[in-house]
Design a protein around this ligand. Structure first.
Ligand SMILES: NC(=O)c1ccc[n+]([C@@H]2O[C@H](COP(=O)([O-])OP(=O)(O)OC[C@H]3O[C@@H](n4cnc5c(N)ncnc54)[C@H](O)[C@@H]3O)[C@@H](O)[C@H]2O)c1
Length: 339
């Protein structure tokens, strides 16, 4: 099978690539490296540097013939999208329309979109399922909805089937340590917490401590990135088996609060550092993690970063227990969107 990952040098894309490479599919990666890293491109994959906003660049790669295209390329900072919507409409919407048109020209039949739970906006009930109204609360979420709507139209007007995967919050890293490049300037909570633990950031800004939750901090659904990646393989197989369009949530249905994440990160970092002398990790209950200033002493924490993110206590095990991706075909029956 030939699979093209657009935006495949990024955090999630590099994990998705691993899953396809493991089953010996041919993987191509098209990425402009705006946030992705060349070091995250597996040696077995073929890399093309380019931008989806440039029709000729993406069309040239698509001409090579692909069984499926997975579209991960986007800007994804919800807060920033409310300040500079132009940046998001240009990259996420115009870029995606370019890509879809180029797929149509190259007669690509199967398309997977990295969508987002941000299409739903404020939850009206929990857990948020695929029938929940889509009222994005930020412009980023709107861009994903706009792409989905265009995919639906193209699937009616052209020979294109799609799966839209609405991710909740991706977390963790490959357990075998095969993805090494960390995101530059992450905006997601767990990497931000760990940057604070490493001393890269001075503090953690917590948005609200008066939520209607047991510890008063916001609760989010986190899903391990390897589970997300596996879902892409299932999604491609779903399309190749001719099962039609599908919109599906990818989450764990297990909410974790900001406070729980801070606590667990601090505990795990502390455990990792117990062997090292004079490392002081203070969990500040007002949501800060203070770390000794000596840069040399940060090194074990740097290691802790990777280990904590893959550490069962924080993410991996609860998510693997709760995650339902093995049941994607079952969900597909329930949530199939017939074109
Ligand atoms: N990380 C999450 O928790 C999360 C949650 C929901 C949805 N998503 C979606 O998943 C996708 C991947 O997210 P990620 O966390 O891996 O982010 P990421 O920033 O690590 O990956 C995005 C990749 O797309 C590339 N890219 C961006 N614009 C491009 C363009 N115009 N042309 C070519 N390449 C371009 C970047 O260089 C990067 O490699 C995104 O579409 C994001 O909106 C992510």
């Amino acid at each position: 099978m030939k699979i093209l990952l657009v935006g495949g040098a990024g955090y999630i894309g590099s994990h998705v690539a691993l899953q396809f490479l493991e089953r010996e599919d041919q993987v191509g990666i098209f990425d402009n490296l705006s946030s992705g890293l060349k070091s995250n491109v597996d040696k077995r994959a073929r890399f093309s540097e380019g931008d989806i906003r440039n029709f000729d660049q993406i069309a040239a790669v698509l001409e090579e013939g692909w069984d499926a295209v997975i579209h991960l390329a986007a800007f994804k900072a919800a807060g920033e999208s409310m300040i500079t919507p132009e940046k998001y409409s240009h990259n996420n919407i115009s870029g995606s329309l370019n890509l879809i048109a180029a797929c149509s020209k190259a007669k690509v039949k199967n398309f997977i979109l990295s969508s987002s739970a941000a299409v739903y906006g404020e939850p009206e009930y929990l857990p948020v399922d695929e029938y929940h109204p889509t009222r994005p609360a930020n412009y980023y979420g709107y861009t994903k909805l706009a792409i989905e709507e265009n995919l639906e139209w193209y699937s009616q007007l052209r020979d294109l089937s799609y799966v839209s995967l609405r991710y909740f919050n991706a977390a963790g890293y490959d357990n075998e340590g095969r993805v090494l490049g960390l995101e530059a300037n992450p905006a997601n909570l767990i990497p931000v917490v760990m940057e604070v633990a490493m001393g890269i950031r001075p503090n953690l800004l917590v948005f609200g401590s008066d939520w209607d939750t047991p510890d008063k901090t916001a609760i989010r659904d986190y899903v391990h990135v390897t589970d997300l990646a596996n879902a892409h393989v299932l999604a491609v197989d779903h399309l190749l088996e001719g099962k039609g369009n599908l919109i599906v949530n990818l989450g764990s249905e297990n909410g974790i609060s900001v406070q729980q994440i801070v606590d667990t990160a601090a505990r795990s970092a502390w455990r990792m550092c117990q062997g090292a002398d004079a490392i002081i990790v203070n969990m500040n209950t007002s949501f800060g993690i203070d770390i000794a200033e000596d840069p040399h002493q940060h090194r074990p924490l740097r290691m802790a970063l990777r280990l904590v993110l893959g550490e069962p206590a924080l993410v991996q095990q609860p998510l693997h227990e709760g995650v339902v991706f093995g049941d994607l075909p079952h969900l597909a029956v329930a949530q199939q969107v017939e074109s």
